[in-house]
Design a protein around this ligand. Structure first.
Ligand code: OGA
Ligand code: NI
Length: 349
């Protein structure tokens, strides 16, 4: 048994040990467990982006605005990312996680400041209870700054992932324009606040779990970035907090799930909410999810848009650099669900 505790990755720990019980450091205290029997099943808005650049643009923009305000989560179809690009991305992720341990471990690091790294849980230095997840995190904009760091096995990793990143970025930019417009701001207002822009992604691997009611793939959190574009395989696992209830969101083929992150909440001065969500695991099937996190560059200064600050709605947040926010987020280890409170106008830190 002693040898197993030295395993770095969850997937290798369980494949070496044929675990039929969740190891104790993955077990949540009673009050924090997922209570899977209480989860509701419901849908989130599905928005067709087909008409985004036609005469019906204002209708699509309105739908996006309403979904951002009321749900914080929506799905999109006719999003412009080719099916083959999506299929190649998913396949290469699956192949990567099937590589022998020593091959995958070439990119292993526990250091959240590393721009390419394979790791496990969330931040093993700051968290008390571990999460049932391994993940490969990549920075991916500008591509030429980071691609040389990426895994070279499987051989087509770089090509397929780069193609996916370019296409996902195009979608992110279209959505950001529409969100900006839906707030009554110039179409390029939000884009101009993002400095040189940034894009990160995660390849999340959630192995089957013998006792999914004791632990999480990812516990409840909001995303710190601007917007997230989530690609997932056919295995359910994403749940969204709505009116105090957890709602399971099933995956629909060839759609993406889009969610608003903390930076849109700040820029919109709380008009749009960064919604708490989590990933749960199951005992039968591994699950892969691939979020693209579109974000400001580290030096970009983020704060509420002046047009959205008025006598009735004072600036809820102070201005900060995205780098400051990013470092706070990673250091708190998902111990609190939301990092935004530290950046309100009335806070002193
Ligand atoms: C995330 C996330 C959800 C999922 O990586 O931030 O929320 O379904 N993932 O994997
Ligand atoms: Ni998330």
């Amino acid at each position: 048994m002693a040898a197993t505790s030295k395993r770095l990755l969850l997937s290798d720990l369980i494949s070496s040990d044929k675990i039929d019980q969740v190891p104790s450091h993955y077990i949540r205290p009673l009050s924090q467990r997922p209570n899977l029997q209480d989860v509701l099943h419901d849908s989130i808005p599905l928005i067709d982006l087909q008409d985004l650049y036609g005469p019906n643009r204002s209708h699509v923009v309105h739908q996006i605005g309403r979904a951002c305000r009321d749900n914080g989560f929506f799905q999109v179809k006719n999003h412009g990312v080719p099916e083959s690009t999506i299929a190649n991305m998913m396949e290469i992720a699956r192949e990567f996680f099937r590589l022998p341990e020593e091959e995958r471990l070439k990119t292993y690091s526990d250091d959240p400041t590393k721009t390419t790294r394979l790791s496990t849980s969330f931040n093993i230095h700051t968290e008390k209870v571990a999460n049932w997840r391994d993940f490969l995190r990549l920075h991916c904009y500008p591509l030429e700054d980071y691609m040389h760091e990426w895994p070279t096995n499987p051989a087509s990793f770089g090509d397929h992932v780069a193609e996916y990143c370019r296409s996902a970025r195009g979608l992110a930019l279209r959505l950001i324009e529409a969100i900006s417009e839906s707030l009554g701001l110039d179409r390029d207002y939000i884009s101009r606040q993002l400095g040189n822009h940034g894009q990160h992604m995660a390849l999340n691997y959630y192995p089957p779990c013998p006792q999914p009611d004791l632990t999480y793939g990812l516990p409840g959190h909001t995303d710190l970035n601007l917007i997230t574009i989530l690609l997932q395989d056919e295995v359910p696992g994403l749940q969204v907090l709505r009116n105090g209830h957890w709602v399971a969101v099933d995956s629909v083929p060839n759609t993406f799930i889009i969610n608003i992150g903390d930076q849109i909440q700040v820029l919109s001065n709380n008009k749009y909410k960064s919604v708490i969500h989590r990933a749960v695991v199951n005992c039968q099937k591994e699950r892969i999810s691939i979020p693209t996190f579109y974000c400001p560059s580290r030096d970009a200064v983020i704060g509420p848009a002046p047009e959205l600050v008025c006598d009735d709605q004072h600036a809820v947040y102070r201005h900060f650099t995205y780098g400051e926010y990013y470092d706070k987020f990673w250091n708190r280890g998902l111990a609190t669900e939301n990092c935004l409170d530290i950046f309100t106008a009335s806070s002193s830190t």
